[in-house]
Design a binder for this molecule. Structure first.
Ligand SMILES: [Zn+2]
Ligand SMILES: [Zn+2]
Length: 316
């Protein structure tokens, strides 16, 4: 698998300005692209989704399938959807995953909850192109936000088939190169959030941004991300910020990310969702302190911690 970072910022895009440089780490909000064999998987659709969509278009993605894994509906994870050009191509197909917010449980069972949430986010008078009118074929799946769920994708003739856990026997006879397994991970964040673990050909990625560890490591991450090859975690704040008014905003610190990665035995840690108030110099200082904190740990996993940077790729 290959993971590409297109947006690494949290809360709000943070372009470089005079006296506030962000070009080394990046200023776009959350969007990552995972290539797993034949699978094209997009993790969140913040402002980084725009350059990702443009790159995919220049590589000629017409008549292709994609999997969107949305962690939640906050704007820093969805604001790129209307600017993602492959959604304007009728021949493309998007399998879009999200969760059912608490206030929507039991409401309108006919229309998918993920579709309803994205329609509201992209509707008049807030956006000129209604979500439903995006020409690509769009298929929606809503997951529980409190309980982990497992599902699969099967690749056949360039198309992706969604397979629920109940139907997972279908994946047994398939070539392993054509099967991706996805596990949802409940996270601690205002209005809800889910992370995702993707397993493909004995390699694994966990994407758990927008999660506040509070006093303890998240035991569901500990269990569901056990021994994962690469874990992406939210280290938005400094310890001082988290002790102050940002507590309960639903984000962690780089040192808490190290504690979490050590607890689940992740082999490598990538920190993301940087504060819009932190420029390159501050992030460099935080990254160096985090590397020093990891070096003090007794356990040897994770072996590596680094801060994400836009434009960078990680081989898994
Ligand atoms: Zn966020
Ligand atoms: Zn959020």
């Amino acid at each position: 698998m290959k993971l590409h970072a297109f947006g690494i910022r949290g809360s709000l895009p943070s372009p470089s300005t005079r006296g506030f440089k962000t070009s080394a780490y990046g200023g776009n909000t959350t969007s990552y692209y995972l290539e797993a064999g034949p699978f094209r998987i997009i993790l969140d659709m913040g402002s980084g989704a725009r350059p990702l969509g443009n790159l995919l278009m220049s590589n000629g993605v017409i008549g292709k399938s994609f999997i969107f894994l949305l962690t939640h509906y906050h704007s820093d994870h969805t604001q790129g959807i209307g600017f993602f050009v492959p959604l304007y191509i009728k021949a493309n197909t998007f399998h879009i995953h999200g969760f059912t917010p608490d206030e929507r449980r039991g409401a309108d069972p006919i229309r998918n909850i993920v579709l309803q949430c994205l329609e509201e986010q992209q509707s008049s008078p807030y956006f000129p192109v209604p979500h439903v009118s995006l020409p690509a074929e769009k298929l929606y799946q809503a997951h529980d936000r409190m309980f982990s769920e497992v599902f699969y994708y099967l690749h056949r003739d360039g198309r992706y088939m969604y397979i629920s856990e109940k139907e997972s026997a279908e994946t047994k006879s398939a070539d392993p190169k054509d099967v991706a397994k996805v596990t949802t991970i409940p996270l601690s964040h205002p209005n809800g959030c889910i992370g995702y673990r993707i397993d493909y050909m004995n390699k694994s990625l966990a994407f758990c941004t927008d999660s506040e560890p509070l006093a303890f490591t998240n035991d569901r991450i500990n269990t569901l991300c056990k021994d994962v090859d690469l874990i992406v975690l939210d280290g938005q704040y400094t310890a001082k910020q988290l002790r102050g008014q940002t507590q309960t905003f639903g984000h962690g610190t780089p040192e808490l990310c190290v504690d979490q990665a050590v607890a689940c035995g992740a082999k490598r840690l990538l920190i993301t969702h940087f504060d819009p108030g932190h420029d390159d110099a501050k992030l460099k200082e935080m990254e160096e302190a985090c590397i020093a904190y990891l070096a003090k740990q007794k356990k040897k996993t994770p072996a590596i911690v680094e801060f994400a940077r836009e434009g960078r790729t990680w081989e898994i």
